[in-house]
Ligand binder design. Structure first.
Ligand code: NAP
Length: 253
């Protein structure tokens, strides 16, 4: 009967289904915007003090592990979960897989496509942040675009200066020589060009997050190599790449 309720939400008096979006990405926010005719709750980890505005209900903070997430799904009456977290947020995705299985709740992963090298890109693809730190040997100034939580593996790189871009100013930066730039994407190509030039960047380090690729384009134009950290494997089970496909999945639940 769930399908019947969903096909005509509000019109037949059927209950709107309660959808949990695991968020922290631009895609999660766009999905919440698109699912306005459902009772959408977006869950954020609470890493930033001023998260971007999100439509619908928002809850903030860790659940407390898989069992606690399962209990939350049950108690709140969640009928479906869309895991729209960042492709590098593997713990919460694994917890969602286990909790949804436990509670027999349908789950979809919304995973944005990774970047692929284009003509002229000078990419050095590495498996993880530790390998990226090793690959920095011999460079003088790196633009480190790996997020505030991702800095620690670069702590022992003492012969290189970093320009670190973060969404919010961290309390401490675990790097010997670092200039911190605060900014929230998407970033314009012209601004990325200026950043690389003004700071005399000779290498860029990024996670293969996908999405807005202005920093990669700016690096290619300036013939600067990019050390690109490979994605961890995606969660098992159904997955889509676009917000529109996730909307369709919810509509036919
Ligand atoms: P993670 O390592 O996969 O998760 C660590 C723990 O944080 C989880 O076990 C969970 O705590 C909590 N958590 C993570 N995402 C949550 C969410 N959406 N709602 C409630 N609790 C959540 O995650 P992470 O890599 O630290 O990323 C944290 C958040 O930042 C994610 O929402 C992600 O989408 C976003 N983000 C991450 C990156 C990145 O590069 N990793 C980049 C941009 C945005 P409990 O076990 O207590 O439930």
């Amino acid at each position: 009967h769930r399908g019947a309720d969903l096909q005509s939400p509000g019109r037949t008096g059927g209950a709107m289904s309660r959808i949990l979006i695991l968020g922290g990405t631009a895609e999660a926010r766009r999905l919440a915007d698109c699912l306005g005719d459902h009772a959408v709750i977006t869950s954020l980890a609470g890493r930033t003090r001023n998260p971007a505005q999100t439509a619908g209900e928002v809850r903030v903070g860790g659940f407390g592990g898989t069992d606690a997430l399962a209990a939350y799904l049950r108690e709140v009456g969640i009928e479906a979960v869309v895991d729209a977290t960042h492709p590098f947020a593997i713990q919460i995705s694994a917890n969602a897989v286990a909790a949804c299985m436990q509670e027999h709740i349908p789950r979809l992963a919304l995973v944005r496509p990774p970047w692929h090298a284009e003509l002229g890109d000078r990419w050095i693809e590495v498996a993880d942040a530790e390998a990226a730190a090793q690959a920095l040997d011999g460079y003088a100034k790196a633009f480190l675009a790996v997020g505030r939580q991702g800095l620690a593996p670069f702590g022992h790189c003492r012969d290189i200066a970093f320009v670190v871009r973060v969404v919010e100013l961290p309390e401490t930066v675990p790097l010997a020589h670092a200039t911190v730039v605060v900014g929230r994407g998407p970033f314009a190509l012209a601004a990325e060009r200026t950043l690389l030039a003004e700071h005399h960047i000779d290498v860029v380090v990024a996670k293969n997050a996908g999405g807005d690729r202005a920093k990669l384009d700016a690096a290619r134009e300036a013939n600067i190599p990019v050390i690109l950290i490979a994605r961890p494997p995606p969660p098992p089970g159904p997955a889509v790449r676009t917000v529109a496909e996730a909307v369709d999945w919810v509509r036919v639940l």
